[in-house]
Design a protein around this ligand. Structure first.
Ligand SMILES: Cc1cc2nc3c(=O)[nH]c(=O)nc-3n(C[C@H](O)[C@H](O)[C@H](O)COP(=O)(O)OP(=O)(O)OC[C@H]3O[C@@H](n4cnc5c(N)ncnc54)[C@H](O)[C@@H]3O)c2cc1C
Length: 266
């Protein structure tokens, strides 16, 4: 018995550490200069999947679509407790926008089959679109619950979930299988297990490429990506952009006047 989960995970540049030399003159990010990390909400999504497994049994499979280097991320999933991992990699998948990414991920999920819950992070900290989870659910024809902060119950083929919404919470019940996107508030990811880290240290995750999947090449990678970035601006704040406001009643009054004049307030 138990519930089988698939977790969508993405390796991202650590955007919290962007400094001057990370930005290229054309305004794009020089990824080689930034450490690659586990997208934070995907780690929380994996934690929720592992909690389901701990409580009810079943299996957790983590998948990522990315360059060969993304194998590191999958090893971290194994260190935390995932049972299986799959690296989806092929230069024909590169430069994918969310449409092409969700297209390929839905094909991979169909190939894996036998799942009850798909977990994704709410959004990736680099692309920041929050589209891949919902688009994947749509392509699989599955119900989706976004902004998951708590799984309240799994019973009789249904899942009851608490969502984080503006100013409160919402409780939804869905039939399984379903796709959940997870917010960072949902849990604290468990640390790596030392024994598992030693066991999987030299593990090479299995890979899937275009020829292993029932995909239409025209819907993959750059070809299948209608999103075009028209302009990228590198915003560098200089000292002139700062203003010191005294923490006094007068200072606050001046700040409010300024915000109203700039049409930020009012
Ligand atoms: C060879 C290769 C190179 C790539 N290089 C880049 C790159 O340089 N930059 C880049 O941003 N993307 C790259 N990708 C991946 C793909 O293009 C992006 O994942 C996609 O556009 C995601 O958009 P987003 O960041 O807005 O995700 P969002 O929609 O914000 O992500 C929401 C959630 O969807 C899931 N998700 C998103 N992307 C993936 C993924 N790839 N695999 C599994 N789960 C995912 C995660 O759970 C994530 O939290 C590459 C892919 C390949 C095959």
């Amino acid at each position: 018995m138990g519930y089988n989960s698939i977790v969508l995970v993405k390796q991202v540049p650590d955007t919290a550490n962007i400094t001057g030399d990370v930005m290229k003159p054309d305004g794009t990010v020089n990824r080689a200069k930034l450490p690659a990390i586990f997208n934070p909400e995907d780690k929380v999504a994996l934690e929720l999947a592992l909690q389901v497994k701990d409580q009810y049994g079943g299996k957790v499979t983590a998948i990522t679509m990315g360059p060969p280097k993304a194998a590191e991320l999958l090893k971290e999933c194994l260190y935390m407790g995932a049972d299986d991992v799959i690296l989806v990699t092929d230069h024909k998948f590169a430069a994918a926008d969310t449409l092409a990414t969700s297209y390929v991920l839905n094909k991979v999920i169909k190939k894996i089959g036998n799942f009850d819950i798909i977990f994704a992070g709410r959004q990736a900290i680099d692309g920041d679109t929050a589209q891949v989870g919902p688009q994947t659910a749509e392509k699989l024809g599955l119900p989706q619950i976004t902004y998951t902060e708590k799984i309240l119950e799994l019973n009789n083929g249904n899942i009851r979930v608490q969502r984080l919404i503006d100013g409160g919470h919402e409780i939804l019940v869905s039939k399984l299988p379903a796709l959940l996107t997870v917010v960072k508030e949902a849990s604290v990811p468990r640390p790596f297990r030392a024994k598992r880290a030693m066991a999987y240290k030299n593990y090479v995750p299995p890979q899937l490429a275009t020829e292993d999947l029932d995909v239409d090449i025209k819907r993959c990678g750059l070809f299948g990506s209608p999103t075009k970035v028209y302009n990228i601006e590198s915003v560098v704040l200089s000292a002139g952009d700062h203003e010191n406001i005294e923490p006094t009643k007068e200072g606050l009054g001046q700040l409010i006047d300024k915000l109203m004049n700039d049409h930020i307030f009012g």
